[in-house]
Design a protein around this ligand. Structure first.
Ligand code: URA
Length: 408
């Protein structure tokens, strides 16, 4: 039976709900072996899936664990998901902005994957910050102050955890149907009324071309329609790291500067304003232009930063104790010219080698290390000028300048 299902997909035929259920739930129960599931995943990767199969798979994923219900909370709950990138600290910025605009936000975030950092790791760089709130604590906090960013509660989509781990080691991560059902099942099971997806495109992202990113976005919109959830998608660049920092504490400090309105000529600000405006527009059912005015106002009048401080304090964090390493190395430009490339993937690897992420399951993260870009894409530099500051602890990894930068 299992072999028939794998063979059917190998031949590019459509699997029924029953067949998908048999093999995926069989895998979760331990009745289907890793090698059999790997073969099916590869057949899906190569032959794709029909919309009917994808809707069925999403349901099987959702039904594999708890389904959260925030319907008691007033207002329309909009969740946001990023497909992951280097230096992506948008959640830290937009959740307080959206809450300051009067829209309740419950955000359950994850840890880093591969070269990309996770919001939960970034928040843990704030000493004391709790990421393990119970369902009751989440509800109470959202009632009281309108926002929460925590780790995943309960047993949400355990199927995704099992399948993702296998995809990671079988080169089947970048399948559009598998990405779409993985993300959408988590958002729907997480209790979102409406969903905003930031799809990253570039060499530091899962998808490197816009055509695939557009396909993924359209597919997630169709899954949303099937499940009665409004979904909007934004495509954003990930050929260059987002903003000026990569590494946990450094990213928290940059997010604070954006919330305080200190950061200006920084692409991170534009993306955060776009994402937050869309979330507010979806939550309050108003045009994006009107939502953007509210977003800019709460940054300017300090209420967005105040919300961030309130959330951190409520979750036990102490912002005055956020530390960066005092071992620094200044990476200088070997020539004068204009910065044509700051390679996202190479900078992601560099931050990982510095200790900002985990190279293996047993590694621990050093929250104080990372990279600060002193110059951004398109800027003119002189020979010897500092391009980036590396914060390290033990020793510096080997740096191949031409992998990181192109200056002409
Ligand atoms: N992020 C997810 O949550 N799942 C995927 O499959 C890819 C990115």
């Amino acid at each position: 039976m299992i072999l028939d299902i794998i063979n059917k997909k190998r031949l590019g035929k459509e699997l029924s709900y029953q067949e998908l259920d048999t093999i995926f739930n069989g895998y979760l129960k331990g009745d289907v072996a890793d090698y059999q599931m790997s073969a099916l995943l590869m057949a899906i990767c190569i032959n794709g899936m029909t919309d009917e199969e994808i809707f069925a798979l999403t349901k099987i994923f959702i039904d594999s664990g708890d389904i959260l219900d925030f319907s008691d909370l007033p207002g329309i709950k909009v969740d946001k998901h990023s497909t992951g990138g280097i230096g992506d600290k948008t959640t830290l910025v937009i959740v307080p902005i959206v809450a300051a605009c009067g829209c309740p936000v419950v955000k359950m975030s994850g840890r880093g994957l591969g070269y990309t950092g996770g919001t939960i790791d970034k928040l843990e760089s704030i000493p004391g910050y709790r990421i393990d709130l119970s369902d009751d604590e989440i509800l109470k906090q959202v009632y009281d102050i309108g926002l929460v960013v925590t780790g995943q509660t309960g047993d949400l989509v355990p199927m995704d955890k099992a399948i993702y781990a296998l995809r990671d080691v079988t080169s089947t991560v970048s399948s559009i149907p598998l990405i779409a059902s993985s993300i959408m099942s988590k958002k729907i099971a997480g209790g979102a009324d409406k969903i905003l997806i930031d799809i990253k495109v570039g060499n530091g992202a899962l998808l490197s071309n816009r055509e695939d990113a557009k396909k993924l976005g359209d597919l997630m919109i169709r899954i949303g329609e099937y499940y009665g959830r409004e979904v909007r998608t934004i495509l954003s660049d990930m050929n260059t790291p987002l903003g000026k920092t990569i590494g946990n504490s450094l990213e928290v400090l940059e997010a604070i500067d954006v919330l305080r309105g200190v950061e200006k000529d920084n692409p991170l600000v534009d993306l955060c304003v776009t994402l937050a405006s869309n979330m507010v527009s979806m939550s309050l059912d108003i045009p994006v232009k009107e939502a953007k005015e509210k977003v800019l106002e709460v940054i300017q009048n300090g209420s967005a930063y105040h919300k961030f401080e309130e959330m951190v304090q409520r979750q036990g964090g102490n912002l005055s104790k956020v530390k960066v390493s005092n071992h620094v190395y200044f990476l200088k430009s070997p020539k004068k010219g204009v910065i044509q490339k700051i390679d996202a993937l190479e900078f992601g690897k560099l931050a990982l080698y510095l200790g900002a992420g985990k190279m293996s399951m047993d590694d621990s993260i050093d929250y104080t290390v990372g990279v600060k870009l002193n110059k951004l894409l398109g800027e003119t530099v002189k020979k010897g000028e500092v391009l980036a500051t590396l914060y390290y602890k033990k020793k510096l990894p080997e740096i191949v300048f031409d992998n990181l930068y192109k200056i002409d």
